[in-house]
Design a protein. Sequence first.
Length: 81
Amino acid sequence: MLSYTPTQADHTIFVCKSTGFPDIISTYVDDMGLISKSLEQINQDKEALRQHYKMTDLGKIGWILSICMTCNHEKRMISLF
């Protein structure tokens, strides 16, 4: 079972602090984004969610709420436009 809890600041953001770096799930209506240092953790979480919900995996986030999101893994940066 997933051990995510909603944040007090925003109940559409869920955090799991089981590892050193928190894993995050953001939700908005029928969309969600998963953030983790570990791709393996993201894949495990997606599989666990599929056990409870009908889901379509659209892959890596490019746009969210009309905001363009890019990642530079070498510089460890996320940019929003």
